[in-house]
Design a protein. Structure first.
Length: 47
């Protein structure tokens, strides 16, 4: 079920600025993922 827009806006406000995952295809036709700086800190496991 789709999330109501109001609820999704609230969730976005609670999330700190998220770095972006860049997905692209390189010269060899391989799919590559690149994280912008700071992304790894955001997705660190919460213990």
């Amino acid at each position: 079920m789709a999330m109501p827009l109001e609820k999704s806006k609230v969730l976005l406000k609670n999330i700190p600025e998220i770095e972006v995952i860049i997905m692209y295809i390189d010269d060899n036709g391989m799919l590559r993922f690149e994280l912008t700086p700071g992304f790894n800190q955001f997705i660190k496991p919460q213990i």
